[in-house]
Structure formats: structure tokens, C-alpha cells
Design a protein around this ligand. Structure first.
Ligand SMILES: [Zn+2]
Length: 308
């Protein structure tokens, strides 16, 4: 009888210890800031700054065209449970607004990560439907310029710190650690920029002005005459003669575009058609921002016949 009681009380102790442990784990998970980002790149930077203190969940994976993301109830549900939502802004991810509205989450804080960036190609004329999907506030592909990453990370850090002041010091130190390593990478990319400087390539969409601004390369022409508008046969014919006359070596295209037009240009001219991912995870081997930029450098150098 006594032995049975002992066994029973031991079970009770084990049970209560397990309950407390499970409770602690649940509290830890519940205490984490829940962050949703529109892009995979912003998710990557949030993870660097937030570390183990945040749960990060991107809406669009890195191989998706961020101009066109379907407004799905499952995305609204993600935002309903979130504390913060980081967007790219500059009218790239305009689909974010219906997701935020549909989330019915009055506590959700939405932060546009383009603040702190100096946009390129801000139109000096009134934009209308005849310009296709042109962005009124400038080109929105600013994360492809490595020099813009510290500003993006500072915006993320300030937002995390104000949403979770108890961990402000940890966000600051995680930001400092990340940016210290990032600056070393920047130095390596600046020397790659010396080798890419002056190269010209044709691209599908106008995703690359920031990349070119950093690396000193040039967009010789665009397959899209206007953003989001399919090219006419006469436009393709003029691109073919330009690639030949200017000895352009590469036509780059984002992974979500039809490869047939770049392939056609390559077949007609002898240049190379190269997939050029725009986001973290856009191609295998690009699971970090650093490997994304390294991949772009290697692919462009390879097409141009220059050692990366
Ligand atoms: Zn665009």
C-alpha cells in the first residue's frame, strides 16, 4: 500500500514537472514576436536581427514575382496571428494592403522597409496606364543594392525594439553582429565590382538598376518595353540587332519569367541566356542574401567570360 502511494506520488511529481516544462516551452513560443514579411529577403534580414526572439514567416517565396502575388485567405490568417508585417513598399507589394485589411488584426503593425532608402528612377512625369506597371515612387528593387542592406536592417531593428522593448538590447547586439560580418562581405563585393564595371547586359524586367548602381554594370535593354507588358515582335527584332551590334554577352531573366524569349534572343545572337534570381531562395544555393549576391556575380561573370 505504502509502495503504491509512493509510486503514485512519484507519478504526480513527474506529471507536474512535465506540465511545468511544457508550460514554459509554450510561454517561450508565445512570447516570441510573430513577424510576417512580404518577401523572402525581408524574412532573411529579420531573422538576422531578430534571431531566436522572433518567429518569421514570409508570404512570397524567393522564386515568386513580387509584383503579382495572389490575395489568399491563408495569407490573411498568417497576418491575423502576427504582431508585425514588413513590406518592401514603393508599390512593389501592393497586394499587401488587401491582406492586411482581410486579416482583421487591429494590433498588427505594418512597416514599409523602403523608408531609409533613396529610390532610383523616380519618374519625373505623370505616370498613367500607358506606362504599364511603372512604379510612381521609383524603382522598388532596392534590396539588390548591397549598400542598402544596413538601412533595411536598421528599420527592422528599430521596429523589433519598439514592439518588444524588453529585448531591445538583444536586437541591437544582433544587428551589430550581423552588420559587422556584412561589412566584410561588402568589401569583397566592392572588389568584384571592379571586375563587373562597365559590363552591359539585356534583362527581362527592370529589376537590376540597384544591382548595376553598386557593381557598375549597365542595362543595355529590356525585354519588357514597359514593366509588366509583353514585348512586341518589332521590339524583339530591335533587341536582336542591338545585342549583335553592341556585342552584348548576356540576357538575364528572373526565374519566374518564361525562358523562351531569352532563349530565342540567345539563339539568334550567340549571347547567353542566364537565370538571374531576384530574391533569397530564388534558385538552389541562394538561401542567404550573401549567397544570392555571390550567385549573381558568378553568373554574370560566367556569361561575360570573366573570372568571378
Ligand atoms: Zn519591378
Amino acid at each position: 500500500m505504502g509502495r503504491m502511494l509512493k509510486a503514485g506520488s512519484l507519478m504526480a511529481v513527474v506529471f507536474s514537472v512535465v506540465t511545468v516544462l511544457v508550460g514554459l516551452t509554450q510561454t517561450a513560443a508565445a512570447d516570441k514576436l510573430k513577424v510576417v514579411t512580404s518577401s523572402a529577403d525581408l524574412a532573411y534580414f529579420t531573422k538576422q536581427v531578430g534571431g531566436e526572439l522572433v518567429d518569421v514567416d514570409p508570404i512570397a517565396s524567393g522564386n515568386r514575382d513580387l509584383h503579382f502575388v495572389e490575395v489568399l485567405p491563408s495569407y490573411m490568417l498568417k497576418l491575423r496571428k502576427a504582431d508585425l508585417y514588413f513590406t518592401v513598399g514603393l508599390e512593389l507589394d501592393t497586394w499587401s494592403q488587401p491582406l492586411v485589411d482581410g486579416s482583421h488584426n487591429p494590433n498588427l503593425k505594418v512597416v514599409d522597409c523602403s523608408k531609409g532608402i533613396s529610390p532610383l528612377e523616380v519618374p519625373t512625369f505623370k505616370v498613367d496606364a500607358s506606362h504599364g506597371d511603372l512604379h510612381r515612387f521609383g524603382n522598388p528593387h532596392y534590396w539588390l543594392e548591397p549598400d542598402n542592406i544596413p538601412a533595411i536592417c536598421h528599420t527592422i531593428q528599430a521596429t523589433l525594439a519598439s514592439a518588444d522593448p524588453a529585448n531591445a538590447a538583444a536586437y541591437q547586439s544582433q544587428l551589430d553582429t550581423y552588420l559587422k560580418a556584412f561589412k566584410e562581405k561588402l568589401a569583397a563585393w566592392h572588389s568584384a565590382a571592379d571586375r563587373l564595371n562597365g559590363m552591359s547586359f539585356v534583362c527581362y524586367h527592370n529589376s537590376w538598376p540597384y544591382f548595376c548602381h553598386f557593381f557598375g554594370c549597365k542595362i543595355a535593354g529590356l525585354i519588357e518595353e514597359y514593366p509588366g507588358v509583353a514585348p512586341s515582335p518589332s521590339h524583339l527584332a530591335s533587341l536582336i540587332s542591338q545585342i549583335k551590334s553592341d556585342s552584348i554577352r548576356a540576357v538575364v531573366y528572373e526565374p519566374y519569367f518564361d525562358h523562351r524569349i531569352p532563349d530565342l534572343l540567345a539563339a539568334k545572337t550567340g549571347c547567353r541566356a542566364v537565370t538571374f534570381p531576384t530574391s533569397v531562395g530564388g534558385l538552389p544555393g541562394t538561401n542567404t542574401y550573401e549567397s544570392l549576391i555571390d550567385t549573381l556575380i558568378a553568373r554574370l561573370s560566367g556569361a561575360e567570360g570573366v573570372r568571378p
